[in-house]
Design a protein around this ligand. Sequence first.
Ligand SMILES: Cc1cc2nc3c(=O)[nH]c(=O)nc-3n(C[C@H](O)[C@H](O)[C@H](O)COP(=O)(O)O)c2cc1C
Length: 166
Amino acid sequence: MPALTVAGIPSSLRKNAYSTGLLGAAVEVAPADLKITTVDTSQFPLFIQDNEARPPADVRAFNEQVRTADAVLFALNEHEYSISAALKNAIDWGARPYLENVWTGIPAGLLSSSISRIGGLRAKYQLRQMFDWLNVFPINQPEVSIPFAPRGSTRPASWWTKRAGN
Ligand SMILES: Cc1cc2nc3c(=O)[nH]c(=O)nc-3n(C[C@H](O)[C@H](O)[C@H](O)COP(=O)(O)O)c2cc1C
């Protein structure tokens, strides 16, 4: 039984996404007593408030995984200087109904990557703004942001690990 459980939350639904590779690297280097489980948000319907009291089974499973985790680890890409629509959708499902916000009080690690020189940092700051309302506690250090992501597109998780350490 691991001492700490972490829900790894991918922001990209793209096959072979660079940001998901970064999450794979985190799983690879995690100490034995820390278990990171990547959650699957790929089939979530678009959040519509009319349906918030009756979320589908995969959303309910996701909410339970976040609620029972000791921490979450976001692996961000960047879309239009912000977080992806897929991640925003998953966050909305978790935050509703009002007073049943699964994010409240949870510590969050942040990884980011993008093909640009900024490495997804703008998405990271957009997400940090949401943390105020969600009541998420970001872990400030270490910072992991990988610029020029395609250079690593065919690399294994261990390559990302080495890069993140630089
Ligand atoms: C709709 C869209 C918007 C994007 N906007 C940005 C952006 O604002 N900043 C950036 O650095 N890259 C942007 N990109 C490039 C993505 O960061 C890049 O494709 C990234 O590697 C995608 O992440 P993934 O590999 O995890 O899917 C955008 C890509 C798409 C498809």
